[in-house]
Write a protein that binds this ligand. Structure first.
Ligand code: FES
Ligand code: FE2
Length: 319
């Protein structure tokens, strides 16, 4: 029998850092209900300015902090009976009508890092503390570069399927109408095998003249990538992205773009536009595809084969 539900294999959720919000969208004192990793969570910003993420449901009678809860100092206060939970540790710090706080009055506090204009949460299937860090994109704090542009898209597919596209030069011809099958580049892995870079160096015509430019596509983990154009003197384009599992068949992808001010009007805007509309062309494939754990590859599918091998390190369970 051939049917999508019958043929599809569900993938587990990977381990790593995943963006759950834009920094600009969370003011001090703000509380939001969010759903990632198949779980209901609460996101809030404390009065000191720390972004915090806790399990959504109060240890007392189970009210959802994200619906009517509010920030009190460094804590979030439950909307039902006012118990306050510390945002960093998740323990109950105060019960307004009782001096004795039960030891079990705590909820899970998720590791949070704020970087590159995004709020990241560490997800690990075994609740292991963070094993690596989120890299900094220096362009986002450089006066020669434009204020960032933001792009966000929900995609009805597991995040691994979305990430696999980065290692699939052939689809650019068929899905995105490129003239030929995309250029291969050199692939280089970091020492720990987690980081890899695909780079293409070539002499290219640019709006500022002819230069040997280098396109670098970095992957820091499953769902965290950056793209950079290097080699044009005092000019460049960059994109940093985080792709996060909402659950095993829905993904939220966030991209932040910046370009040097001298390029923004002559190339930058078009580049940003091209990147963000291009992804919509992938949608029809993603929406309707199944996941094949053991695909039939041909000899020319080297990147895809390497991607499937690389990706295994981000899962606690074999797949
Ligand atoms: S349910 Fe949260 S304080 Fe009672
Ligand atoms: Fe694509």
């Amino acid at each position: 029998m051939t049917s999508r539900s019958h043929e599809h294999t569900e993938l587990p959720l990977p381990n790593g850092w995943f963006a759950v919000a834009w920094s600009k969208d969370l003011a001090a004192g703000e509380v939001q209900a969010i759903h990632y990793f198949g779980q209901d969570l609460v996101l809030f910003r404390t009065r000191k300015g720390h972004a915090r993420v806790l399990d959504a449901y109060c240890a007392h009678l189970g009210a959802h902090f994200g619906h009517g809860g509010r920030v009190v100092g460094e804590n979030v206060r439950c909307p039902f009976h006012g118990w306050q939970y510390d945002g960093e540790q998740g323990h109950c710090a105060r019960i307004p009508y009782c001096d004795k706080i039960p030891a079990k009055a705590r909820v899970r506090a998720w590791p949070v890092v704020e970087r590159n204009r995004m709020i990241f949460v560490w997800h690990h299937a075994e609740e292991t503390p963070p094993i690596w860090d989120v890299p900094t994109a220096p362009e986002l704090n450089d006066a020669a570069w434009t204020e960032p542009r933001y792009y966000e898209l929900n995609v009805p597919v597991h995040m691994q399927d979305m990430a696999e596209n980065n290692c699939d030069p052939v689809h650019f011809k068929f899905v995105h109408g490129s003239v030929d099958v995309g250029e291969e580049g050199e692939i280089e892995f970091g020492e720990d095998g987690r980081f890899f870079r695909i780079a293409n160096t070539a002499e290219r015509e640019t709006p500022l003249g002819k230069f040997t430019t280098r396109l670098e596509r970095d992957s820091w983990q499953l769902g965290m990538t950056s793209v950079r154009t290097l080699g044009i003197p005092d000019a460049g384009l960059m994109m940093f992205s985080s792709t996060s599992p909402i659950d095993s068949s829905n993904t939220c992808s966030r991209w932040v773009f910046s370009v040097t001010r001298n390029l923004v009007d002559i190339a930058g805007e078009d580049w940003i536009e091209g990147m963000s509309t291009g992804v919509l062309q992938d949608m029809a494939i993603w929406k309707n595809k199944i996941y094949r754990p053991a695909p039939v590859f041909c000899e020319a599918d080297q990147y895809l084969i390497q991607f499937r091998r690389w990706v295994r390190q981000f899962y606690s369970t074999a797949n």
